[in-house]
Design a protein around this ligand. Sequence first.
Ligand SMILES: [Zn+2]
Length: 100
Amino acid sequence: MKQTFNMTPEIPEVCPHCYFGRIQPGKRSFAARTNGKPVMVPDFPAWICDVCGFTIYDPVSLTNLQRLLTNPPKPYVSRPAPKTPKTKPAKTHPQTDQPA
Ligand SMILES: [Zn+2]
């Protein structure tokens, strides 16, 4: 038994929306939201019906994008120098407030 990897298992040949058009590979802008941040991909691989324009975003690319967003390839986050936190250094300072 040989397992073939089907790259597009969820892409139908005929549009599931109008049952008439054919799903063609194309590009669409894709907008997502991760952790409250809007993510915009201008040329996202998608499958578009040539009749009604029904769009299926490429599931493989979607998975890749999600992996990219959850696990950024850059290990270092460029951040401005960390400012002193608002919390005061709550170190018990042995200070006697009593007047001498
Ligand atoms: Zn269609």
